[in-house]
Write a protein that binds this ligand. Structure first.
Ligand code: HEM
Length: 400
């Protein structure tokens, strides 16, 4: 069914998952094809909780086999056993958004801005980097989640992936070398910074240059497109809901600070024998937990089709000062875990929280935001979600 002309061919990941769910039910096993592992797929949030709560201290996240192949086989010479964290386990406006999130991640991972937001001679290389980061996700979705023979022989797609990862590594290594030079120069000049003023890269470099390089690579791969897509959603919601935008602006103006969205797929190797949806599942089974359809279900999100951000507020006070129970609130927290759960949860969450809050607060303080176009199929799902429509936001300066 994955072959040309087949029912599942050319579907984006979200549509593929929905179609398989309809065909096979809410818990089913996808057999291993062409050397890939079999996968148990569930959409029962009670199962999510069982899997996450049984994960132990060193949870195993499959789903990054091609990245591991690059580190363990293809470029074994460089990585030498250091695997990093992530694998162990239309467009102009989209590009601008990616520039901003790449700049932010780079400040953390590379201790520098790349010059994407202003003209600079480094711009071409940095632009190449974010094209490569996006390509990484697209090719990953094909290699990791769709049947592919790459585990049996070197397919052209695997070689494309190795090429993407080689080039990302090459560009990042050059940035790291520059940072090392800069820090050495500063040390010679007697510049001493207290620990809390040292950048993340500076601290990691003190541990090991290879580890610092690989961590920077992981942070950029995990942190750029995820944040851009999330920020797109965070802007589309108030743009399409002006009355909510006005409320948020009022809050922002009051405190001048002032948001997550993501429908990820969590994969996990079951750490011990467990019962999932009434079935006995042995330890070591790959489990794919897919909350996508739950995020729009009335069962978990009353009035799911409406943008009601107040559903996330803990104790909403009404106009009479009462604090009624929030009926809109999500009852089972395992339904919505945009940053994962437990020891392997996203290391960038706090950066993202800050970046998105500051980003949306700044925009709302200065502009009225409109989006006068359809948001039908606004996102397409590769390994993560990507904006799928031209982001023609209309920004109008506020009167003051
Ligand atoms: C809105 C933006 C983001 C979202 C929705 C997101 C979401 C996630 C999720 C769901 C995971 C897997 C968690 C699990 O398996 O339980 C993850 C892992 C990770 N994220 Fe993020 N992330 C975002 C931004 C970032 C940023 C900005 C960085 C770095 C600066 C980052 C670095 C990482 C790393 C290194 C991992 C792997 C952790 C591990 O495997 O132990 N992420 N992220």
């Amino acid at each position: 069914m994955f072959m040309p002309g087949g029912k599942y061919k050319n579907k984006d990941l979200a549509d593929l998952i929905m179609a398989m769910r309809e065909d096979y039910g809410s818990i089913h096993v996808v057999p291993g094809i062409m050397g890939g592992p079999p996968m148990l797929s569930t959409r029962n949030p009670k199962d999510f909780e069982v899997v996450f709560r049984h994960e132990g201290t060193w949870p195993n996240r499959p789903g990054a086999d091609a990245l591991l192949y690059h580190r363990q086989m293809h470029r074994k010479d460089f990585f030498q056993g250091v695997e990093g964290v992530a694998p162990t386990q239309g467009k102009a406006s989209i590009r601008n958004l990616c520039s901003w999130t790449l700049e932010s991640a780079s400040v953390v991972a590379l201790d520098r801005q790349l010059g994407l937001l202003k003209e600079s001679n480094k711009r071409i290389e940095a632009t190449k980097l974010f094209h490569l980061l996006e390509d990484f996700f697209k090719v990953s979705a094909d290699l990791e989640l769709k049947p592919s023979a790459w585990r049996m022989f070197k397919t052209p797609k695997l070689m494309k992936m190795m090429n993407i990862l080689d080039t990302i590594l090459y560009i990042i290594s050059a940035y790291i070398d520059e940072a090392v030079e800069r820090l050495e120069k500063e040390a010679k000049e007697g510049v001493v910074r207290p620990v809390d003023e040292q950048s993340v890269l500076e601290k990691m470099l003190k541990v090991d240059k290879k580890v610092a390089t690989i961590m920077a690579m992981d942070m950029l791969m995990a942190g750029v497109d995820t944040t851009s897509s999330t920020f797109t959603g965070v802007m589309l919601c108030p743009a399409k809901n002006p009355e909510k935008q006005a409320i948020l602006r009022e809050e922002v103006m009051k405190i001048l600070q002032g948001l997550g969205f993501h429908g990820g797929i969590h994969e996990e190797l079951l750490n011990r024998d467990s019962v999932l949806s009434g079935y006995q599942v042995p330890a070591g089974t790959s489990v794919s937990m897919v909350p996508l359809s739950l995020l729009s279900s009335e069962e978990h999100f009353p009035k799911a089709a409406e943008f009601l951000p107040e559903r996330w507020i803990r104790n909403a006070t009404d106009s009479t000062g009462q604090c009624p129970a929030n009926d809109l609130k999500l009852k089972n927290p395992f339904v919505f875990l945009p940053f994962g759960f437990g020891p392997r949860m996203c290391v960038g969450k706090r950066i993202v929280d800050m970046e998105l809050e500051l980003g949306i607060a700044r925009l709302l303080r200065n502009f009225n935001i409109e989006f006068n176009h359809s948001t039908e199929k606004a996102f397409r799902s590769e390994l993560i979600s990507f904006p799928n429509i031209p982001l023609k936001f209309k920004f109008t300066d506020l009167a003051n």
